[in-house]
Design a protein around this ligand. Structure first.
Ligand code: CP
Ligand code: NVA
Length: 301
């Protein structure tokens, strides 16, 4: 049984296949209209979502499957039923569960039972579906992933972790610009080191973006960190993607954002508008890549 909790769950070949299949889906929305016939996919949300919710919903519909989208507060798990018992029950009704959760540990408990395929739709540690859509977007833009330099400016959180682990498969180089006190998780660092992925950490964002092919940012205040909002906005203020920072980068640099954007915080209106075609293509590609991920989960590719 396959699970996708992080990009460590994929082989290099899986990664390549999913990206290639995502690009095929992008070229034909009706590529596999019956691939999920007679299959039911459940989406379970402990946090809000626009892109993940909609892209999975439309992906399942366009592949002929059935979909049940649930908020955890609607279920007994929201008032204390164990995640293990909930998983056992889900396994008796549906064929796959995508979960967005505050705690990655819950995903490990669910997938550890091996009763139903589990897809991580964002946890406090990883956002693998986003990472796959992002590498697909870069590849679709005609860039060679191998040796490509991605400069992430901001907090090395879930989205950063998935981009960084993607580099294990893609051979891309990773730059991180982050303030003191926001280090890369040791586990992520170890995985990169083991496979000799080029990783450089900078305090100065201008240094990090100088040779970058891609500049990537994410919110300074992730879901669940709202209490630290004011402190974070002050600490991360020098890490805003604005025209001044872009003037230090290559002219053909791609600017990417997983969305939702907080215009005027991590990215200015001017940069968002100038790079909208890439950033909204990332959002669109969530749909095409979810289809490829579901096909992979069910062993169809
Ligand atoms: N990028 C992303 O996962 O967006 P949502 O939070 O809207 O799903
Ligand atoms: N780091 C953000 C990503 C949102 C898609 C969060 O966890 O809220």
């Amino acid at each position: 049984m396959r699970h996708l909790l992080s990009l460590l769950d994929l082989s290099d070949e899986d990664f390549r296949k999913i990206l290639a299949r995502g690009i095929e889906h992008a070229g034909n929305r009706k590529l596999a209209p019956a691939a999920l016939a007679d299959r039911t996919v459940t989406l379970l949300f402990e946090k809000t979502s626009t892109r993940t919710r909609l892209s999975f919903s439309v992906a399942v519909m366009e592949m002929g499957g059935h979909l049940i989208a649930l908020e955890s507060q609607m279920l007994q798990v929201g008032r204390g039923e164990s995640i293990e018992d909930t998983t056992e029950v889900l396994a008796r009704y549906v064929d796959c569960v995508m979960v967005r959760t505050h705690s990655h540990r819950r995903l490990e408990l669910m997938s550890g039972l091996n009763r139903i395929p589990v897809i991580n739709g964002l946890s406090d540690r990883h956002h693998p579906c986003q990472g796959l859509a992002d590498y697909m977007t870069i590849q679709e833009a005609g860039r060679d992933l191998k040796g490509l330099c991605i400069a992430f400016v901001g907090e090395p959180n879930n989205v950063f972790n998935s981009l960084a682990l993607g580099a294990l498969h893609s051979g891309s180089r990773i730059h991180l610009a982050a303030p003191d006190g926001y280090p890369i998780r040791p586990g992520i660092r170890d995985h990169l080191k083991k496979k000799n992925v080029h990783l450089e950490v900078f305090r100065d964002p201008a240094e990090a973006v100088k040779e970058a092919d891609v500049i990537y940012t994410d919110t300074w205040v992730s879901m669940g960190q709202e209490e630290e909002a004011e402190e974070r906005k002050a600490v991360f203020r020098p890490y805003r993607i604005d025209d001044e920072l872009l003037s230090k980068a290559r002219k053909d640099v791609m600017v990417m954002h997983c969305l939702p954007a907080h215009r005027g915080e991590e990215i200015t209106d001017s940069v968002m508008d100038a790079h909208g075609p890439t950033i909204f293509k990332q959002a669109e590609n969530r749909l095409h890549i979810q289809k490829a991920i579901l096909e992979w989960i069910f062993g169809l590719i």
